[in-house]
Structures are given as C-alpha cells and as structure tokens.
Design a binder for this molecule. Sequence first.
Ligand code: SAM
Length: 317
Amino acid sequence: MLWVQIGLCLNMSCSNFLEGNLENQIDFLQKIFKEHFPRIPFPSQVREQDLVSILGYLVRHLDPLMSLSKQVSAMQNEQLEEIRKLLQTAYVSGHGIELESASQGHACISSEERNEAKSRGADLLFGELIVEGVDRALDVLHLCAADAKVFCDLGMGLGKFAMQAFFQFPNIEKAIGIEMARSRFKLGVDALRRLAQDLPDEFTLEINDEDSVILWDRKGRSLEFRCGDLFDCTDGVEQADVLICETHFSSEIMSKLISFLEKMKPSSRVLTFENLSNHVKETPLQFEQLAVNVEWEDRFPTTWNKTGHHFFLWKKK
Ligand SMILES: C[S@@+](CC[C@H](N)C(=O)[O-])C[C@H]1O[C@@H](n2cnc3c(N)ncnc32)[C@H](O)[C@@H]1O
C-alpha cells in the first residue's frame, strides 16, 4: 500500500514537479520523506543536482510498483491488440493512415473546405485521441461505455474514435459519427468499405446516399458515418448514452453548443474539448463534471500529446 501511495503521489504530481521551482521541488520531496520514511532524515541542504539522487532513492524503493505498472500496461496492450488489428485493417492497410498520427486528417483539407466551414461558423481544427486515449476515456471510471447502447461522436474526423467504441463495446448497438469536412468523412467511409470488403462474413455496407454510410455487423449492430453539420445530429444527441464532442468552437458558438447538448438524456455522459462551465448562460449548467475528471492530471493520450491532454467529462443532470 505504501508503494501504491507514493507511486500515485509521484505520478500524479510528476508534471507539476518537473515544472516547479527548486524550493517547491524540495518541499514536495521533504513531505514524501516525512510521511513515508520518517526514520530517514531529509538532508538540510539540497542543491538542484541532488534532486536526481533523492528521486533515485524513491524510484529504487518504488521498484515493486514499477514492475506492477509494467505488467498492467502489458495487460492493457494485450486487451487492445484485437481492436488495433481491426483499426489497422480499416485505416492502415487501405490508405496507409497512421493510427497515432493526424497528418492525413490535416493534409486532406482544401482551402475551399476550410473557407466554407468558416462561413458556416465552424472550425476544422484537427487532432485525435489515440487508441489508449479512447480506451481510457470510455473506461468504467470515465464515460463508462460498457453500459451504453447508443454512442455518438460530434465532429468524428476520420471516425477512428467511433469505430473503436463500436468494436470495443459489443453492448453498443448503434454508433454514429458526424463530420463536416467531406474529405475527412470520405477517408472514414473508405475505412468502412475496407472492413466490409476484407471481412465479408462479418460486415455489410449500406450506402444510403453521399452523406450517410452504415456498416452493419452480423448481430444487427450499426456504425454510421454522416457528412454534415453536427448541429443537425439531433437524433444522435437525444439518443446517446455516451457522446463525444472533441471539437473546438469559437466562444460565440459555445452557448448554442451547450443548449444543443442539453437535449441529452439524464445520466448520459459527454466528453467536450471546451470547458462548458467557462461559458455561463442565463440558466444553470445542466451538466456536472465527473469527479474523476476534476484534476488536471486526468489526461487522455492524443495525436498531439502522447502523455495526454485534459478533456472535460460531464454527466447530464
Ligand atoms: C479535433 S477533431 C476530433 C476527431 C475525433 N472525434 C477524435 O476525438 O479523435 C474535431 C472534428 O470536428 C469537425 N467539426 C468541426 N465543426 C464541426 C461541425 N459544426 N459539424 C461537424 N463536424 C465539425 C472538424 O472538421 C474535425 O474533424
């Protein structure tokens, strides 16, 4: 238990620790020593170069936890192996789209597309949660996709997040992703097409029209990619148990977004890029932030920050 406490304490404070000034760093280490190694006197004089030796002492004593942490990440990797394979079939083997990089999602956008989005008040800013980030966001401590029937991604990009949710959680009966940039939507549709082509015993493709394509599995579950403005996805917002809105909006659009999200069902969960509570409306916010997400250390690995970006996770009241 001691190791767990110190390990958590060190891990959670690591970024603060590295950014802090010497005085705070010494203060932090002194507290750990006082609490966990009361019989070892903390040195009265500590220079900057001594910090590494002191950390080294802690790390050596943390060894049991370090090996536990390696085992846990190996277990997590094993669990995600199947999902990675399916995403690779869909995205990588078809178009060489990398799972850990957003470069193709950036490169496909034309200036006309960007200008058109701007004229509609939208921002095509791009970046994705990577496989580990999606896994963490949807886990039982966070958005709890394990009890969701309907999942929706507003601003799906290439659709990787929605596809991972669909594959990782067989309880999800219906997943919808909507994207305004047609070039990104098309890359997503190519991925659906490839799955249906390569795994014909498992999936079939339904092409409704140029704005909607659905992948069906043998159990009648559906993964639909739509091209359009997320504000038109009322059915997705009203039905979703878990909603993703990892999308940037100008502050003028934020109150429109909040009113739109207020159509969600009670107790459904949503991830947002923006902090909803920074955009106060006349009426009180109908979302409470998940307790696990209040700390800035609650981060999710993304294409632009592999150690994790802090998104905001809410439960509809
Ligand atoms: C940051 S990406 C998120 C990709 C993916 N959901 C993820 O989290 O990994 C946000 C996406 O939202 C799209 N977008 C922005 N405004 C939109 C709107 N009004 N309607 C639909 N899509 C929009 C952008 O083009 C971009 O692809």
